[in-house]
Design a protein around this ligand. Structure first.
Ligand SMILES: O=c1[nH]c(=O)c2[nH]c(=O)[nH]c2[nH]1
Length: 290
């Protein structure tokens, strides 16, 4: 005897670029939208009856139509709009999850119509709606940062396989992947997602620069704590920090010293430090992360 377990389906990675034209001053939003729905999907799996299915092609079309009809402001608002639409318009759909990545563009010179893709991190969000409640997670990926000092690593376990020398001064570098859960998940029109994003990003950067680090784990905790301190609406922060090792190159064969000047930036393997920092009284996460 087998039964159908949890399932969901949707259109992954719908790429949409929305241009808004104010005379000669144009604006662009460049998104990657993934929708994922669940609900009364027993029959489609068990017998192939598609009557309950909102086709993934329709989900993709909805993304494009909503971009035209409603425009695109903060990605959290667009994700919530889509998630609510799928559940509220279709009796067979009970949960909608919309994940969005936003690629940043900057103006190219003075021209109102010319843009250059920014080297900045990618902003992300996931909105989940169940017909009554909504959960929103915001975040970023690929925020690359580096400190040239104020980082040590020593005092760790030494066993028969340990070769790593202790260091009192090293480069600390990482590409921050961070996601943060909003405690008030469904603040509607009132939410200023852009302001909250800027505050969280600034908190991550300030904590990275300002922490005298004895380990990347300690820096992770400082970064998460700082987001919680600076963003009252956020109740939980998840961080994934690859340790981008920089090793001092031995230049002695060439008769040269190397007092923290020339490094080999290693690609892989890399340490991967991950953790969650949350308020003790954080409300239940529900399906926010799942
Ligand atoms: O900050 C660090 N944490 C570790 O757990 C670790 N392990 C390692 O080899 N280097 C480092 N650095």
């Amino acid at each position: 005897m087998v039964i159908l377990g949890p399932n969901r389906y949707g259109k992954a990675e719908t790429r949409v670029v929305r241009v808004t034209r104010h005379g000669d001053a144009h604006h662009i939003k460049d998104l990657n939208v993934s929708t994922s729905l669940s609900g009364d999907m027993e029959e489609v799996h068990l017998s192939g009856d598609n009557a309950a299915v909102l086709a993934t092609d329709t989900q993709k079309n909805t993304v494009y139509a909503f971009a035209r009809k409603h425009g695109i402001g903060a990605i959290e608002d667009f994700a919530l709009l889509l998630a609510r639409h799928f559940v509220d318009s279709q009796p067979t759909i009970h949960h909608a999850r919309v994940a969005i990545e936003e690629y940043a563009w900057e103006r190219n010179a003075e021209a109102g119509h010319s843009f250059v893709r920014s080297g900045r991190e990618t902003r992300i969000c996931v909105a989940h709606y169940d017909g009554t409640r909504a959960w929103v997670v915001s975040g970023l990926t690929g925020l690359v940062v580096l400190n040239t000092t104020n980082s040590e690593f020593w005092g760790y376990i030494k066993d028969e396989y340990t070769t790593l020398p202790e260091t009192r001064d090293r480069i600390l570098a990482t590409a921050v992947d961070a996601t943060w859960r909003h405690a008030v998940p469904d603040p509607g029109e009132a939410a200023d997602w852009d302001k909250s994003y800027d505050a969280a990003r600034q908190a991550l950067l300030a904590a990275f620069a300002g922490t005298y680090s004895l380990s990347l784990q300690q820096t992770l905790y400082a970064m998460g704590s700082r987001v919680l301190a600076d963003c009252p609406g956020v109740c939980e922060v998840r961080l994934s920090l690859p340790n981008r090792h920089h090793f001092l190159v031995d230049l002695s064969p060439f008769g040269l010293d190397n007092d923290g000047e020339v490094y080999f930036a290693a690609d892989r393997p890399y340490g991967l430090i991950e953790g969650t920092v949350l308020r003790e009284d954080a409300p239940d996460a529900g399906p926010a992360w799942s």
